[in-house]
Design a protein around this ligand. Sequence first.
Ligand code: ASP
Ligand code: MG
Length: 467
Amino acid sequence: MRLVMKFGGTSLGAGSEIRCAASTVRNYSQQRNKIVVVVSAMSGVTDKLIEAAAEATLRNRDSTRLFLKNLEERHAQASRDAIISSEILDQTLASLNEQIAELENVLIGIGYLGELTSRSKDYAISFGEKLSTIVIAGALKDLGLRAEYFLGGQCGIVTDNCFGEAKPLMNITKQQVKEKLAPIFEAGVIAVVTGFTGTTQEGQTTTLGRDGSDYTATILGAALQVDEVWIWKDIDGLMTADPKVEPSAKTIPLLSFPEAMEMAYFGAKAIQAKALELAWESGIPIRVKNTFNLDGSGTLIVEKPQVRSERVVKAVTMINNVALITVSGGGMVGVPGIAAKVFSVIGEKNINVLMISQGSSEANISFIIPRSGLENAVNALELSLLGKGFVKEVTPETKVCIVTVVGAGMKGTPGVAARVFKAIANQGVNIRMIAQGSSELSISFVVEDSDGIKAVRALHEEFRFNC
Ligand code: ASP
Ligand code: MG
């Protein structure tokens, strides 16, 4: 098979895990698969880089030095644990040192300027992947594989210049990846590519949004027209619920792209939504597998919805850290443009809206946003809506969460909503807000924070996921 394999940060926590990832690649390549490897930063590194880049503006050299020392030590230790040949280890440590020295210059430069632009931030945070990929490439060579290191840009990923959330320019990217990567891939050499990063047409480094290594994997998969993209994680696949909330949660063997997208939006952050969308458009199946349980079959995500699956509901998810805002007033009834005004105010503040509902009385609109944006949103709404005769009140509530059931089989199957709400009512849980998109792929509702776990468990039981 022709495969792109992406290894996530949680599968690369330490040297022993990197060695394990490298031997997995070796096993599959010995079975005559052609493989491109895409690598995330080691777990937690991107968050630390974001902090360090922000702190660098303060010109606190000691804290920058300490950060770099820890970063170097973590990768050096991982290399010593993952690589046996002293020659390959020396080369790996030398490459790591070069990158650390460059990162030091970048952070010092940010200090001199005293500001962190989105462009320099992207450059700084791209080092997480640069470092981890060096270690993996070394570990693969150590196992006797022919492996070659590439930055996202070097293998042809060209993006727009929307730093922090860059989008690939797919036409040029496809052409460039075919030129730069395909010959190596076809020759059976393993290209080891830094995930998360690309380059603008002018050659500046960009990043593809958080969890963007998934996106790198599907971009390369689409360009090389591979058979499947495999996302390696530290869990067995996409689950019927978060196992921390419902210990009897099970792996879902087969999902459609629309279902997986719905789960990505609703808190089961297993795969980046943009990555899923591209694989879906390109008709390339995605398999989610566990580096720590090679025998598990994982989750396969394919194009056709499994409507005929005996399960109408496939998963139940929960999103915490959200807040509910209700905009109300008798003067809103029958007046066109109020909803447009409300959401443009929120949009201008760059706040994401997760869920919306308005009753036919039109006297109020409720919606859910991330809790971190609440104060900002309420101030902006009050400023632009109150005292104009339409809106009387803007009411915020913080202690809420969203619970969602997902499944393509709900479409056109009567009675699913009744089962959902009966199961919740039986727990004595009060529902604050409900929304179902016309795609009928999911039903979402809002409950008090303290009722969230109870609601997830009741639905897991109702739809017999644990059997
Ligand atoms: N390292 C990046 C992040 O943490 C990209 C990734 O892990 O996919 O968001
Ligand atoms: Mg990650």
